[in-house]
Design a protein around this ligand. Structure first.
Ligand code: P6P
Length: 342
């Protein structure tokens, strides 16, 4: 064992505490684990590294693409979210860990090609959330949700995808920001890993994340104020007043990428909201691959997630692209909102 360096406890890198090692340790503790979940997670992490590499040179590929419909490599310049979608599908479909996938980019379910084995899991994802922010070099992210299949064998079905959020086996996101961070939970603890692009590995950087019981920041697109339910308008006005919890107005932060706004809320506390409005009466954000995975993470970190009147994880999905209003973050901040909308 190498001596602990005199300047302090060894960093995760020094301990080689990578995502792979973390997942293997978890597998060792799970009775009867087959390694299927570990394999799926490794495929997702590989896709995350490949997407990160493309996201962090997005402007360049766009410049290259300006010479015409194809870039200097002769590839057709595609939208980055289409590329991210293809990367995730290709990395996962061959592994034999899933029986079906669903994506924000695909109208219907994504079947596993018949020549690949069909596994026991279901993977749903938003391959590049916030992609409108790519052009202005703002943070974007990938969100994923894992369920166990309900069908017995063979190709997975749409019903395998339409499960309540409480049934998730795992949920997570990859934030492509000033650094690339992968955050995931299997329901017991929330852990964050930061990509070292030189090593090509995710290293444990945020062990057992707990969201503060209350924060001092709210995150919502105030441009929609006139379209909200009046009680939502009153709630936001209250947060901005001297009567706000703690006796001083909350700060306002809004990036416009759910993954980024949620990650800040998870680490610092406070509340993120995308309420229903008269343009989006069911809300804008999608249930299966945006709100349910974020709600699973928030609750595993000691926070909460509501539509305003009910727990997000209790919603029975009816269709792949169902939308829902979302208020998510510190337990006490969410409870304040629920009291106002009850
Ligand atoms: P608005 C990005 O387009 C997204 O789907 C989420 O990532 C984000 O939270 C929301 O929409 C932003 O929506 O209407 O404020 O631009």
């Amino acid at each position: 064992m190498r001596p602990t360096p005199s300047w302090g406890p060894p960093s995760p890198e020094q301990l080689g505490w990578t995502l792979d090692r973390h997942i293997f340790e978890r597998q060792r503790r799970v009775q009867g684990a087959t390694g299927d979940f570990t394999g799926l997670f490794q495929s997702i992490a590989l896709a995350g590294r490949m997407i990160a590499a493309r996201v962090h040179k997005a402007g360049l590929s766009d410049v290259l693409g300006r010479v015409g419909a194809t870039n200097v490599q002769g590839e057709e310049v595609q939208r980055l979210d289409v590329i991210a979608n293809q990367i995730l599908v290709r990395c996962v479909e061959a592994g034999g860990h899933v029986c079906v996938m669903a994506s924000e980019e695909n109208e219907d379910i994504i079947p596993i090609p018949p020549h690949f084995p069909h596994g026991k899991y279901v993977l749903m994802f938003d391959p590049l959330d916030g992609s409108s922010n790519i052009d202005v070099c703002m943070s974007i992210g990938t969100i994923f949700s894992v369920h166990r299949r309900l069908s017995k064998a063979g190709p997975g079905t749409r019903e395998d995808c339409l499960q309540k959020g409480t049934e998730q086996v795992a949920a997570g996101y990859i934030l492509y920001g000033s650094s690339t961070v992968l955050v995931y939970t299997t329901g017991q603890g929330v852990h964050g890993f930061t990509l070292d692009p030189l090593v090509g590995e995710f290293f444990l950087s945020h062990e057992n994340i707990r969201i503060p019981k209350r924060g001092a920041t709210y995150s919502v697109n105030e441009g929609n104020t006139l379209r909200w339910d009046p009680r939502v308008r009153e709630w936001v006005a209250w947060l901005k007043s001297a009567d706000a919890p703690g006796g001083q107005p909350y700060g306002h932060r809004y990036i416009g990428t759910l993954v980024a706004d949620f990650h800040r809320t998870l680490l610092k506390g406070g509340i993120f909201a995308y309420p229903a409005d008269d343009k989006n009466p069911s809300g804008k954000l999608r249930l299966l691959y945006e709100c349910a995975p974020m709600a699973f993470i928030a609750e595993a970190a000691g926070g909460a997630a509501t539509t305003g009147t009910r727990r997000v994880l209790d919603i029975e999905p009816e269709a792949l692209h169902d939308r829902t209003p979302l208020f998510i973050g510190s337990a006490e901040d969410v409870a304040d909102l629920e009291r106002r909308l009850a």
